[in-house]
Design a protein around this ligand. Structure first.
Ligand code: PLP
Length: 399
């Protein structure tokens, strides 16, 4: 599906990206077939084969062993399983030092991590330690070291995302994981946004747990995985039939899993070329916006290796982000004020606030995110209307 052909200018690929035609074909074929992969008869065994082949394909794409891939219902569930499950697994009532109650994370995480950590604090007696980030949204390995070194025996788990969903900051995940490991602390990373655009290699990164989600890379919504190193045994969040080595119970969704693997393979094959193409398109988008709105501020790191190639995120002084979003929508242009999961609630972005932005800058911001169907036409369409849209939003805010 080209957004050009549908008439929609879709600049919200970080929220969800169109399914790849190959994934739609694989899923459609599989939907017409029968079999629970846990059943022992021929139909079940056939479904099991599809699941295991998909697991192998995904493991290859993400530099993992097939046995390390645990299927989930998406990124949110994988993040919950990692943060809560690894926290619980590190509690040992018989330790003379007492509880390991500390969870180290940043305040720019997706809500799936952020709110899991907050829940552990409120309901489980954990203590969150929020690592500061710089004005570009990046966490520093020395800040992680300092936070762990205060009381290494009390740290249960650390979690820092691979790439930020709002401003596209790429975190130094390998360095962070290495610091955590010096102290024997398990390290999780949410790679949901990174997986479509950057080479994500689980083994090479050295992390213990890594979250991916199919619908951000051209697969269906509602399926994802937690990639888990051997020995990193989280306590399950979902109990039931004992699927996925008892780590995540629930009947496996064979069609979605197959489509996830197909999408990931296509994505991996085209990734290097796509990253270059998207970065060029993004640079063009940034140029066009700044040409007509010179006081717009590009949030996050400068374009380059520290930023997702498909991400552009601006603050437009004197505007409300929601007003800008609706005015662009009226022009057939889809974008976001930040995380799609919290859009609709008129709150300033927690990510921008953590990066040091004030309330009004955080409120007047928009994210444009590019993906595999993005074209120059999309960028030019935004460039044509953004000046007038910003003028109108400013007049509305001044009233
Ligand atoms: C960084 C990040 N983590 C987690 C999620 C949640 O993934 P899912 O939509 O598969 O639950 C998202 C989705 O917006 C995300 O961007």
């Amino acid at each position: 599906m080209s957004s050009h052909r549908t008439g929609l200018v879709y600049l919200d690929h970080a929220a969800t990206t169109p399914m790849r035609p190959e994934a739609i074909a694989a899923m459609t074929e599989e939907l017409a077939r029968l079999g629970n992969p846990s059943s022992l008869h021929a139909a079940g065994r056939r479904a099991r084969r599809v699941v295991e082949e998909s697991r192998e394909q995904l493991a290859e794409v993400f530099g993992a062993r097939p046995s390390e891939v645990v299927f989930t219902s998406g990124g949110t569930e994988a993040d919950n399983l990692a943060v809560k499950g690894l926290y619980w697994a590190r509690q040992d009532g018989s330790r003379p030092q007492g509880k390991r109650q500390r969870v180290l994370t940043t305040s720019v995480e997706h809500h799936a991590v952020l709110d899991s950590v907050r829940w552990l604090e409120e309901a489980q007696g954990a203590e969150a330690v929020w690592l500061a980030v710089g004005g570009d949204g990046a966490a520093r390995p020395d800040a992680l070291r300092a936070a762990i070194a205060q009381a290494p025996e009390q740290v249960a788990v650390a979690s820092v995302m691979w790439a930020n969903n709002e401003v596209g900051t790429v975190q130094p995940v390998s360095e962070l994981a290495a610091v955590a490991h010096e102290y024997g602390v398990p390290f999780h990373t949410d790679a949901v946004q990174a997986a479509a655009q950057l080479p994500v290699d689980f083994a090479a990164s050295g992390v213990d747990a890594l979250t991916v989600s199919a619908h951000k890379l051209g697969g269906p919504v509602g399926v994802g995985a937690l990639i888990l190193a051997r020995g990193a045994g989280p306590v399950p969040v979902l109990h039931g039939g004992g699927q996925e080595r008892d780590i995540r119970s629930g009947t496996l969704d064979t069609p979605a899993i197959r489509a996830f693997a197909v999408a990931a393979a296509v994505c991996a094959e085209q990734r290097a070329e796509e990253a270059e193409r998207l970065a060029a398109l993004r640079d063009d988008l940034v140029r066009q916006v700044l040409a007509v709105v010179p006081d717009a501020v590009l949030n996050g790191p400068p374009p380059g290796p520290g930023r997702l190639p498909g991400n552009a995120h601006f603050s437009f002084p004197g505007c409300e982000g929601d007003a800008l979003l609706m005015l662009l929508d009226a022009n057939g242009i889809a974008c976001s004020t930040g995380s799609a999961c919290t859009a609709g609630v008129a709150e300033p972005s927690h990510v921008l606030l953590a990066m040091g932005a004030d309330d009004s800058r955080a409120r007047g911001s928009l994210r444009f995110s590019l993906g595999h169907t993005s074209t120059k036409h999309d960028v030019d369409a935004l460039g044509l209307v953004i000046g007038e849209v910003v003028d109108r939003a400013r007049r509305a805010a001044a009233r």
